[in-house]
Design a protein around this ligand. Sequence first.
Ligand code: FMN
Length: 326
Amino acid sequence: MVLAPMAGGIGTPALAAAVSEAGGLGSLGAAYLTSGQITEAVADLRARTARPFAVNLFAPGHPAPPTPAQVGAAAAELAPFCAALGLTPPTLPARAAEDFAGQFAAVLEARPAVFSFAFGRLDAGQLAALRARGILSLGTATGLDEARQLARDGVDAVVVQGGAAGGHRGGWEDAGDELAGTLDLTRRAAAALDVPVIAAGGLMIHADIQAALDAGASLAQCGTAFLRADEAGTSAPYRAALAAGMAPTGLTRSFSGRPARGLVNALSAAVRAPLPYPYQNALTRELRAAGARAGEAGVLSLWAGEGYRLGREGTAADLLDHLWPT
Ligand SMILES: Cc1cc2nc3c(=O)[nH]c(=O)nc-3n(C[C@H](O)[C@H](O)[C@H](O)COP(=O)(O)O)c2cc1C
């Protein structure tokens, strides 16, 4: 069992450590952290557990910066939501995302047992640097072509993410992302690759995990199943929306500019012209933070997989024991 990395304050060091302590592989979603914050979070994790854990980043993309007209249109869509929370219309900060090179250097220095990544590929030098430090590498694929590419690159294992998964689509080839079923993709990847496959997406109960292993997976990676864990950083309005179980999930680019699955809410339904990632993510950041403070779930990115209604409350150890009784 792998705890899915969950960037943005949900996958706390306490959650990752609790899963590792209970016999799983905890993951720290570090994509939105500065290099200094990564160093601190890993120290926090190490103070809580001596067991192995993973650190996760988003591989860098190089989207063309949006034009002023595009920024104006995207900001205008967000302006009414900002006004309702007493904020002025959003503007783009000078830096839309953390510098990957700095983040990656902090990970190498911190030397976790495992480094996982999404949104792209690493270059040969980066993979060699991980290998030289004894850090296992896990890449993320949403289709078989991506999975093959990662295996050819030389990763140690491939996370295959089915269409039911909560959070961002972790691949990079939009055209090849067919929202595959998790078990179907697992079966095809396990047959095609000579590296271990880790299944992710909609695995909410023991039987789901058993099915993924039967389909050829070596491990199962679960995110949504831990969103309501005591140790998770999930905000109160987010927890309430998950517990209510009323909203359907859907894929949206509204919050970050990349497709991600979450509970459909006012903001996900309203945005028509998001900027590309990471610009939309930067443009909505202040609004999301204000929404969390005000308890306004309509402007929050409520990432959740299709199986979220099967999620439970409890300690991470209890949830892990429910998913995989020992
Ligand atoms: C709240 C949330 C945040 C996520 N953040 C990340 C992340 O930072 N990095 C990553 O590789 N995957 C991230 N994911 C995707 C997970 O790695 C995984 O694919 C997904 O949780 C599996 O589907 P499930 O949510 O149905 O278990 C996130 C998922 C959720 C629910």
